[in-house]
Ligand binder design. Structure first.
Ligand SMILES: Nc1ncnc2c1ncn2[C@@H]1O[C@H](COP(=O)(O)OP(=O)(O)OP(=O)(O)O)[C@@H](O)[C@H]1O
Length: 531
């Protein structure tokens, strides 16, 4: 047998848990657990199995269940990326690796040895995920997570998915968690608004995107919102859309996967506990209310499909496909006025944020502060000073100040762009990459780019062209499809004034009051567990 290589700092010879005659040489390096079956014949070379400690969520030791068994056992749990069966790409698959340690007749010695191995595996695995900065959760054994599950989300399967996958994963990682099953709408919002947060290291949400919306808004309604919104949040997909879960999975560099595979991917990230900053968008509604959004603001086709497809909920994620086909068959257009503050014109220094695919000839930029409603009768106020033009919308209540938004009934500033079109099929503002598991709507959006990715489709698009757009959205190719009816740009703030008497506006997939609405992005305001 070849000697252990120099990177190996722990070595042992153990037996299989199922068959004591099968022996293994087991090595631990800073990066891998390596094992190889030992044979009596030195001519037989068995392949080494290597498991990366980056893929390990936890490890534990225990003594034999039977009193006559003097051995101890050590088990490590891995979720490596493996090739998918019968389909392209990779996904995380569970691997449980156990060994039986019985070097001496003394059970306590064997247990000590097994505990040493389990501890080394845990510590080395944690070191490989050392924080990029201060954003990392406490080690699993000291971590306390509140897990909110909506039993009604999606096809009503969130609780059974928790029982079948997440509970076991968290146990394997040694993460203590308290389960809260939401009982009604706004339950999660009220709970996080009132409760003490100091005892929790993270709030995890297993549902569609609706409960996360409630949690974010509940946190921002607290008097201590500035601290509260820094509570790390985690998303585990349990709904039918699962847009944020799909986005987080995409940001971790992984390829698209099925719903169950997405759950394992997000569960793995929760066990690892790396935290990133996440943009939130402050949205002013016509009633004067303000809500905070982490995903999208939609009007027209996308909002209609989202809400009207609720009745096809029983088919899961396919509800959006069914809804899209139904709505395309009876295509509607909407009148309205749209204006935005381009990221390119903003004072931000981030050069990456300054690109826009907007054709310059399509821009109608005001010289002076002017509301969209006043588009055709705007009077000059002869001021080019942006600071002077902006009268901040000082909505009362907690949460950050919106420095880019004037009150909804006041003109937008002179550095805003007013879209010349007034007849639309859809307006979609995104701040994450995915609108649903298979809708890669804003391909270059990242968690904390400080941007609203604004897309609209103007009236006149054929049904076939619209269908083609949605089909290409699965791969994020719609933005490069050269569709003359589709426009896309990156903005910091926007205002929409619908003029069609009826319609649907959604925020994060939930319908909100229909009427004028405006939005401003707050870069990195929240915290999210990611990869
Ligand atoms: N026990 C419950 N019974 C009924 N509704 C609930 C319950 N708990 C939460 N809700 C409400 O259900 C709504 C939808 O939740 P969620 O987004 O989790 O699921 P979903 O709509 O199925 O998911 P998706 O957005 O992916 O389609 C939320 O607005 C929430 O307030």
């Amino acid at each position: 047998m070849e000697p252990p290589d120099s990177a190996v700092t722990l070595y042992g010879e153990f037996t299989s848990t199922g068959n004591r005659r099968v022996r293994y040489a087991v090595s631990l390096t800073d990066e891998e657990l390596i094992f190889q079956r030992l044979t009596s014949s030195s001519t037989v070379q068995r392949n080494k199995t290597r498991l990366s400690l980056r893929d390990c969520v936890g490890s534990r030791a225990h003594s034999g269940e039977d009193e006559s068994d003097h051995a101890a056992y050590f088990t490590a749990y891995f979720y490596p990326l493996r090739r998918r069966w019968m389909s392209p790409g990779t996904c995380r698959q569970r691997v449980e690796q156990s060994f039986r340690l019985a070097a001496l007749q003394d059970p306590s010695y064997n247990l000590e040895e097994a505990e040493k191995w389990a501890r080394e595996v845990r510590e080395r695995s944690a070191r490989l995920h050392a924080p990029r900065d201060e954003l990392v959760l406490k080690e699993p054994a000291h971590r306390r997570v509140m897990l909110l599950v909506n039993p009604q989300s999606g096809r009503g399967q969130a609780l059974s998915l928790y029982n079948s996958h997440i509970q076991r994963m968290l146990q394997e990682a040694g993460v203590a968690h308290s389960l809260v099953i939401t009982e009604r709408q706004n339950h999660a919002r009220e709970l996080v608004r009132e409760m003490s947060l100091v005892q929790w290291d993270a709030l995890a949400i297993m549902s569609g995107d609706g409960i996360l919306f409630e949690v974010i808004n509940g946190l921002l309604e607290r008097p201590d919102w500035e601290q509260a919104i820094r509570t790390p949040l985690a998303i585990l997909p349990g709904g039918s859309g699962n847009a944020l879960a799909a986005s987080v999975h995409h940001y971790s560099g992984s390829t698209p996967v099925s719903s169950e595979e997405l759950l394992l991917s997000c569960g793995f990230l929760l066990c690892k506990g790396l935290v990133s900053r996440m943009d939130l968008v402050s949205i002013h509604l016509s009633s004067g209310a303000r809500v905070f959004s982490f995903l999208s603001l939609a009007w027209g086709f996308v909002a209609d499909v989202d809400i009207e497809s609720e009745k096809y909920r029983h088919v899961g994620a396919a509800r959006f496909t069914v809804g899209t086909l139904v709505r395309i068959a009876s295509l509607r257009t909407y009148r309205g006025r749209l204006a935005y503050l381009p990221a390119a014109l903003d004072n931000c220094n981030d050069q990456n944020n300054l690109q826009t695919s907007w054709p310059v000839s399509n821009l109608y930029s005001f010289k002076n502060g002017c509301s969209i409603s006043e588009l055709n009768s705007c009077h000059s106020n002869n001021s080019n000073n942006r600071e002077e033009n902006i009268r901040h919308s000082n909505l009362s209540g907690p949460g950050p100040t919106d420095s880019l938004l004037p009150p909804l009934d006041q003109p937008v500033s002179s550095n805003w762009v007013v879209v010349p079109e007034e007849e639309f099929v859809l307006m979609l503002a995104m701040y994450q990459s995915h609108l649903a598991e298979d809708l890669f709507a804003a391909p270059d959006s990242t968690l904390e780019d400080g941007l609203i990715h604004l897309t609209y489709v103007k009236a006149g698009i054929s049904r076939t062209a619209l269908l083609r757009l949605f089909l290409s959205m699965e791969k994020g190719a719609h933005l490069t499809s050269n569709c003359p009816h589709l426009f896309h740009t990156k903005v910091r703030a926007l205002r929409l004034e619908p003029q069609s008497p009826k319609g649907i506006i959604t925020v994060d997939g939930e319908a909100v009051e229909y009427g004028p609405v405006q939005a401003e992005v707050h870069r990195g305001l929240a915290r999210l567990i990611t990869g």
